[in-house]
Design a protein around this ligand. Structure first.
Ligand code: KG4
Length: 336
């Protein structure tokens, strides 16, 4: 079954063709990151306009790269939530038109479910149930994946997402946008105990997380040093910050896996590319006898292939949308 999949929830327009959930025939992406870098963050109105410009030629490219024609497409999948509402709407409306014109089913896909499905592409042997740590620029959640379309959030951030914190600290340091990858590079070889950051616990919700205090502590440290004319050890700052983020995420993920009796742990989303997080999870899983699944780096960020993969399983479970499909800025992953 060939699914043409659309993703436009943030600053990447992406169109892919995926066969039967696991085989990626093409994965075309047009990133707007350079444009938003001028402003230090995503400008929603610009994002929507750029999606409109990119999506039609990208769909043609995805088909051509897959070596298929429109008649070979069996269904259309699209991210319908969560994301920047104007941006999501572009993909939803385009996908609706394509499904209608081709006379094939339209399948709505939750963006974070898509991130989780990136693991099905990297690991053909991975099947639910498993526990998944979802960490991106907009989401930080520990999700129990009972089966392909039955999911429950066990813990989540009460404020900022982990990726957003990397981006904001990197912006203050002036090292680039999006800031996660530059922070990761800067942290290599840095002393991770030089700038200790406070550990945060959410009262009565041991699996919930909070990143805004961590972000503020890092930004205050940078501003205070600048005001006093002190030079910071930047690799050590990046390493200490990455350690604090990882220490928020890893113990809670392991605890959730213990609570649910899950032996498999997966990671999803842009921050899944973080080297400190990947290393800490590898060590924790080895210690506790869990099997760890990490998506390949190219599938950590937003892409269409992950939407095509999850779209297949949503299709099998009966999910269909009509031309009245709406886009949502927020939507519980458990509702699909
Ligand atoms: O999944 P994604 O592409 O978009 C959303 O769905 O949000 O995630 C983007 C986020 C950004 O905040 C980016 O800075 C972060 O992932 N990121 C990283 C790394 N690579 C990307 N954060 C930490 N370390 C990295 N190596």
């Amino acid at each position: 079954m060939n699914i043409l999949a659309f993703e436009s929830s943030c600053d990447e327009t992406a169109v892919a063709v995926v066969r039967s959930g696991r085989t990626v025939l093409s994965d075309a992406i047009a990133s707007q990151a350079d444009m938003h870098a001028l402003y230090g963050g995503v400008v929603p109105e610009i994002a929507s306009r750029k999606h409109i410009e990119a999506i039609a030629p990208l769909a043609d490219r995805a088909l051509a790269e897959a070596g298929l024609t429109r008649e070979d497409i069996d269904a259309v999948a699209v991210t319908y939530a969560p994301g920047l509402i104007g941006a999501v709407l572009v993909g939803v409306n385009f996908a609706k038109s394509v499904a209608y014109a081709l006379g094939v089913p339209l399948i709505p896909v939750h963006h974070v479910r898509g991130h989780i499905a990136a693991n099905y592409i990297t690991h053909p042997d991975l099947e639910p149930p498993f526990l998944c740590l979802c960490v991106s620029g907009g989401t930080t959640a520990i999700v129990d994946v009972a089966d392909y379309t039955t999911m429950e959030v066990l813990g989540s951030t009460r404020d900022d997402a982990a990726g957003e914190c990397f981006d904001k600290v990197a912006r203050v340091l002036g090292i680039g946008y999006p800031g996660g990858a530059p922070m990761d590079r800067l942290s290599q070889g840095g002393d991770d105990s030089k700038y200790p950051f406070p550990a945060v616990h959410v009262h009565d919700a041991p699996l919930d997380m909070s990143f805004s205090g961590l972000k503020t502590a890092a930004i205050n440290l940078i501003h205070n040093a600048a005001q006093k004319g002190e030079e910071l050890d930047l690799p050590a700052l990046a390493a200490s910050f990455s350690r604090a983020v990882s220490e928020m995420l890893v113990p809670r993920t392991m605890e959730a896996a213990r609570l649910r009796g899950r032996r498999k742990i997966a990671v999803a989303g842009g921050v899944a590319a973080n080297s400190r997080l990947r290393g800490d999870l590898e060590r924790a899983c080895a210690r506790e006898g869990k099997k760890l699944y990490l998506p390949e780096l190219s599938l950590c960020g937003d892409n269409g292939a992950m939407i095509g993969s999850q779209g297949y399983y949503e299709y099998l479970s009966g999910a269909r949308a009509g031309t009245d499909l709406n886009a949502w800025a927020n939507r519980d992953i458990g509702r699909g």
